[in-house]
Write a protein that binds this ligand. Structure first.
Ligand code: PLP
Length: 466
């Protein structure tokens, strides 16, 4: 393109002021506000200018309406939330990348109720005076676990750090080499211990640590024995580790603390559902641990939180420690946690907490649901069948064990594209591809999401096959 031509195209571009006068722009101003709308128009004009200078695509007449349309598209993209609900059809129940535990309806309602207005977060209605935020989840935790005292913080990583800092700083903590692991997302047990100012004393070997290894390491500077649960890995073969009971007995004989990072927050036995038995929080306390800490959003099935429970004098010390303020739980987490714990207190966890409902979802009912999905899709001309598969608990829990399930298997000429389309749907549907089939597990799809999932499949399968 010759220079004069470019110059004339550039001269003909509208100015921001001209665009601002147009009626459709007035609507953008109402919805998006003045400064962001102007930024969008400027961005759009800049892009048009660059296109002209590059000399490409100038045959098309660019109208003012085109400018406004692309400004609107820019505004929508800028403001679209990056954290959005998705439909999890992966069959991974506590999916670390998909937000871990979905909340129960009661927990969602509790969050809504306390966050839309003011609340008794730190207010005592009886006295009309300042109250303590720490009362909210504590009573239920102690009631359910039988622990003397409890407190809730931001997450379990914070709970471990706070526990070690308060109780072990400047002193030694004994841990088995088999537990010096990375839990996930960069949470490494040795790093957290170093951060806490406690001195790590490693004993035993990766696969075998004996009670006598712990005993030999105890000296006058030892503060505690720490056991970190094998949440996300398994050591199999020639292995041994002393039981919690043995370790607690040893610790107390030498007048040091027994600390247990239980991790998952399992309060119910996993064995009846065909999973490997996972030591529960209650087991940890019954075995004599002084403090047990765990996550709120793994097998507990509640909000992100870290919970510490155990000896009242130690919990009191932990709550007074300055770092406690920096890692405290917020009102929404406390509301959701209390509502979640109430399900346990009333023996309704299995029916009301999504994570447990999914774990306990009977295979016959999953099969019925998968068959219903397949039949419905076949009437729309989609090549769908039901196949055997496995669901996993995920979230760094119960490694190596899975639950039998029935999967919806969709065949399609361009399976990769179908998966992309489903991810771009609103809400996105996340499944997995295996052997050229798209596999969707009904176990992790919430009942109210099934229809949306089926409609999405109907849209994209039809789109590609025609
Ligand atoms: C998951 C886990 C943690 C970290 O808990 P977050 O709630 O993710 O901070 C720490 N320890 C163990 C044993 C865990 O399983």
């Amino acid at each position: 393109m010759i220079r004069e031509e470019k110059q004339s195209l550039l001269r003909n571009l509208p100015s921001i002021d001209q665009l601002l006068q147009l009626l459709p722009t007035q609507q953008l101003l109402v919805v998006y506000g003045r400064s962001l709308t102007i930024e969008a128009l400027r961005h759009t004009l800049d892009r048009a200018r660059q296109t002209i200078l590059k000399g490409s695509d100038t045959t098309r007449l660019v109208t003012d309406e085109d400018f406004i349309e692309s400004a609107q598209a820019w505004l929508e993209a800028i403001l679209a939330p990056t954290i959005r609900p998705v439909i999890n059809a992966t069959g991974v129940i506590v999916h670390t990348n998909l937000g871990r535990a979905p909340l129960s309806q009661a927990a969602v309602a509790a969050v809504q109720a306390v966050s839309a207005g003011y609340s008794t977060l730190e207010f005592d209605l009886d006295s009309g005076k300042r109250g303590s935020r720490s009362v909210h989840a504590e009573n239920l935790i102690t009631k359910i676990t039988g622990a003397e005292a409890a407190t809730a913080v931001n997450n379990n990583a914070a709970a471990v750090l706070l526990m070690l800092m308060t109780l072990c700083q400047g002193r030694e903590v004994i841990i088995s080499r088999g537990q010096l692991v990375e839990i996930g997302g960069g949470f490494r047990v040795p790093d957290v211990m170093a951060q806490s100012g406690a001195r790590l004393v490693e004993v035993g070997t990766t696969n075998r640590t004996h009670l006598r290894d712990y005993e030999a390491a105890i000296n006058e500077n030892t503060a505690a024995i720490l056991v970190a649960h094998h949440s996300n890995y398994k050591i199999i073969g020639f292995t041994t580790e002393p039981s919690l009971t043995e370790l607690a007995e040893l610790a107390h004989r030498y007048n040091i603390l027994m600390l247990y990072d239980q991790g998952s927050g399992a309060l119910l036995d996993t064995a009846p559902y065909g999973l490997e038995p996972e030591p529960t929080v209650l087991d940890g306390l019954a075995d004599g641990c002084d403090i047990v800490c765990f996550s709120g959003d793994k097998l507990l099935g509640g909000p992100q939180a870290g919970i510490l429970c155990g000896r009242a004098d130690l919990i009191a010390q932990i709550k007074r420690y300055p770092l406690a303020r920096a890692v405290r739980a917020d009102k929404m987490a406390l509301a959701a946690l209390s509502a979640t714990l109430a399900h346990y207190a009333t023996d309704q966890a299995l029916t009301h907490i999504p994570v447990w409902r999914m774990i306990a979802y009977p295979l016959t009912e999953i099969e019925e649901e998968a068959n219903r999905w397949a039949a419905r899709l076949r009437t729309s001309g989609i090549d769908a069948a039901v196949v055997d598969g496995r669901s996993t608990v995920g979230g760094g829990s119960l490694p190596g064990t899975s639950l039998p399930t029935r999967l919806l298997a969709v065949k399609h000429s361009d399976i990769e594209q179908l998966a992309v389309d489903l991810r771009n749907h609103e809400p996105p549907v996340i499944g997995r591809i295996q052997d050229d089939l798209l596999l969707l597990d009904p176990r992790t799809v919430l009942p109210e999401q099934a229809e949306t999932l089926l409609k999405a499949l109907e849209i994209y399968c039809a789109k590609r096959e025609t």
